[in-house]
Design a protein around this ligand. Structure first.
Ligand code: GLY
Length: 360
């Protein structure tokens, strides 16, 4: 029995469980395991609300609101978990290629609405004649963030059950009554569907949610110390220097791979090209591993957030694609408000989980 069952132990599920448990709710998290096993593990930890946005739409606003929540969020997390997730609000440099110069110059206007200090740099680097410097963005360390959330969950009494994949959200008379795994049934009146690329098939009595896996591959190099103090973005990827000198290079997007989460040689070759084009002086560094995860994509690139209409107690928090870490605080705030029967601070209309079903 649990007040709330969260389906999925990625950063969205773990963050949501932690926040709900802070209200005294009895929360269980179900997952096949391991913790943060797919998209969360693939993440380089970029917190780039502007760097990862193309326009000033509702997604960018959601990114920004979540980014703004990070400092307090991380302080509380450190306190509950005694793990430092290496939150680094040190800015992001965006290299500008000739072909995107005019578009990115025009984009300065909306970027500055969020962060007036965003600057256009000419002659920033001999290889990159133009760049955008955005001081109010940053990064976190993905694996440490997952570990901190899990530890903080444990500190608040969240019951994380790995090896227990949810198979069915059971509904009786239009109300959630339990979540079933192959081995157990957990009675509850509230289920939060945060199963990333697996969320699609778990919707009761409806067509699947349109969340599809897109494989993301990344690799790491190991320097003696960080080669630069901030994340660098380029047209084809990014370089994220971590405190211990690891440099994470990301990321591929392989939609055709389906649920295959293996690293491929083509993926490594593409990431080597990212390094070659962005910062060739890093090429001699030792290789420090490569990994892949399945990112949950939606047709319009926006996550699915909100109550599922017609079923009491079913809340969807899925489809965060490449921005689950960034969106974890705001998603937890939204789900907590919904569980408490309050109106979330964010207008959820652009993120309604049934928006694709309704247009059918
Ligand atoms: N947000 C970082 C990535 O998509 O790889």
């Amino acid at each position: 029995m649990a007040d709330v069952v969260v389906v999925g132990a990625g950063v969205i599920g773990l963050a949501t469980a932690w926040h709900l448990a802070g209200d005294g709710a009895d929360v269980a998290v179900l997952d096949a395991g391991p913790l943060g096993g797919q998209s969360s593990r693939a993440a380089a930890g970029i917190l780039g609300p502007l760097a990862e946005s193309r326009d000033d739409g509702p997604r960018t606003r959601l990114f920004w609101d979540s980014w703004v929540a990070f400092p307090d969020w991380v302080d509380a997390l450190r306190e509950d978990s005694a793990i430092d997730p290496e939150f680094e609000p040190t800015g992001i440099l965006r290299q500008v290629a000739a072909a995107e110069r005019e578009d990115l110059k025009v984009s300065l206007a909306w970027r500055r609405q969020y962060s007036p200090e965003v600057e256009w740099l000419d002659d920033a680097d001999p290889d990159w004649p133009a760049a955008i410097w955005s001081p109010h963005e940053g990064q976190i360390r993905g694996p440490a963030y997952v570990a901190a959330l899990a530890q903080a969950d444990a500190a608040r009494g969240v019951d994380i059950r790995l090896g227990e994949p949810a198979r069915r959200i059971r509904v009786d008379q239009s109300q959630v009554v339990a979540v079933d795994t192959p081995r157990q049934s957990v009675p509850t009146s509230t289920a939060v569907l945060a199963a990333g690329a697996w969320a699609g098939g778990l919707l009761p009595h409806a067509e699947p949610l349109p969340v599809l896996p897109v494989r993301g591959q990344a690799l790491a190099l190991k320097a003696a110390r960080p080669p630069f103090p901030h994340v660098v973005f380029g047209p084809a990827g990014y370089l994220a220097p971590k405190r211990d000198g690891q440099v994470v290079v990301g990321a591929t997007e392989d939609a055709a791979a389906g649920f295959d989460a293996r690293v491929t040689f083509a993926g490594i070759a593409a990431l080597a090209d990212v390094v070659r084009s962005m910062s060739p002086e890093l090429l001699p560094l030792p290789f420090d591993g490569a990994w892949a995860g399945l990112r949950p994509a939606t047709p319009d690139g926006r996550p699915l957030l909100g109550p599922w209409p017609g079923i009491g107690g079913l809340i969807i928090a899925a489809g965060h694609y490449r921005n689950g870490l960034l969106l974890s605080p705001i998603t937890a705030h939204i789900v907590r408000a919904l569980v408490r029967g309050e109106t979330p601070a964010v207008d959820l209309t652009p993120f309604r989980p049934d928006r694709f079903h309704r247009t059918h």
